[in-house]
Ligand binder design. Structure first.
Ligand SMILES: C[S@@+](CC[C@H](N)C(=O)[O-])C[C@H]1O[C@@H](n2cnc3c(N)ncnc32)[C@H](O)[C@@H]1O
Length: 234
């Protein structure tokens, strides 16, 4: 698999003062689940709902098999130029859209092989994740961020989707979940990841301690980070 890992992305972002915080607030994390899904499925064209600051689009576009990442958001992504200075963003097309209907109108004209949903996570005034899922499920392969949250858990349950790790969800029309088993069996914790996380992304670990589902997992991670810090700090 050939892609930019979380560690490589963090190492490029963090030395630049004005964009270093972009490594937080993104679904791009240790274990590279986004990149692994896109690489193992050998997808070429990805539709993303929820650009944010564009870091997940960068990670997906870094996969050598990926040709295009078309990413939609209801607001402009302000860091497009900055990201282009640090990463190859030529495969990414940014679009500002009003809602899933508009996204569907656009994407249904093209041939996508993976949809990635990370837009509005709320149930009210409408079930946004479900609306987004309905707009893109014709593509046949859908990856979700924050799948441990109620609206997405329900979508996965109703459609026989699966969790990848404790954060991502995956649904496919053909019922072939080999990549989920493969990725779930390779989730690792190693010292390089611990080092990068400690340096760049400690806030995420602390935040997940507030979430019951992640609590045990986060406590174990934190324990490992602490011991690593002691070791590194001598
Ligand atoms: C968590 S951020 C995305 C992070 C990004 N995918 C990453 O991992 O780097 C969620 C984004 O969804 C956008 N959003 C909210 N409602 C939306 C909608 N109905 N359609 C598309 N994007 C939406 C927000 O403006 C926000 O930028």
């Amino acid at each position: 698999m050939d892609y930019l890992s979380y560690t490589e992305i963090a190492k490029k972002l963090v030395p630049i003062e004005r964009i270093k915080y972009l490594i937080t607030g993104t679904a791009v994390r240790p274990n590279d689940i986004l990149q692994k899904v896109a690489s193992l499925l050998e997808v070429k064209n990805i539709a993303e709902i929820g650009t944010g600051n564009g870091i997940s689009a960068v990670a997906l576009a870094s996969c050598s098999n990926v040709r295009n990442v078309i990413t939609f958001d209801i607001r402009e992504s302000h860091y497009r130029n900055e990201l282009s200075e640090v990463f190859d963003t030529t495969k990414i097309k940014f679009f500002v859209t009003k809602d899933s209907k508009e996204i569907y109108k656009f994407i249904s004209k093209y041939d996508f092989d993976l949809a990635y949903i990370d837009g509005n996570h709320n149930l009210k005034p409408m079930n946004y994740p479900l609306q987004d899922f309905n707009a893109v499920k014709y593509i046949g392969k859908v990856l979700f961020d924050d799948a441990h949250n109620e609206p997405i858990t329900q979508i996965l349950k109703d459609n026989k989707g699966r969790m990848i790790g404790n954060r991502f969800g995956y649904w496919c029309k053909d019922g072939n979940y080999d990549i989920v088993d493969k990725i779930n069996s390779t989730l690792i914790w190693d010292e390089e990841i611990a080092h990068t996380t400690l340096k760049y992304d400690y806030s995420h670990i602390i935040k997940s301690l507030e979430n019951d589902i992640d609590k045990k997992y986060a406590e174990e991670k934190l324990e490992k980070l602490r011991s690593f810090k002691i070791k590194v700090g001598g």
